[in-house]
Design a protein around this ligand. Structure first.
Ligand SMILES: [Zn+2]
Length: 82
């Protein structure tokens, strides 16, 4: 009998902002503060063809980054629980 190591848990109990390194607590799969997770697979016409990139930002870093956009982010009312 192998000892249960907990390695097969699906939900992490914390996330880290890739930009500032801030720890974000996750309880029962829900981050306890605002975060955004970006995941994309670069396609053939990029120089990263076939690479999947994934990162998480805290709300503070997100706000800082989008404040540098020339064209503002589109914002509309929405909910995760439609
Ligand atoms: Zn951050």
């Amino acid at each position: 009998m192998g000892k249960y190591t907990g390695k097969d848990r699906i939900e992490p109990d914390c996330l880290y902002c890739n930009s500032c390194g801030k720890k974000i607590v996750v309880e029962q799969g829900v981050a306890k503060e605002g975060t955004i997770s970006i995941s994309c697979v670069w396609d053939y016409f990029s120089e990263k063809d076939g690479e999947r990139h994934h990162f998480t930002l805290c709300e503070e870093c997100y706000d800082r980054i989008i404040s540098q956009f020339v064209i503002p982010v589109e914002v509309e009312e929405g909910s995760l629980y439609i």
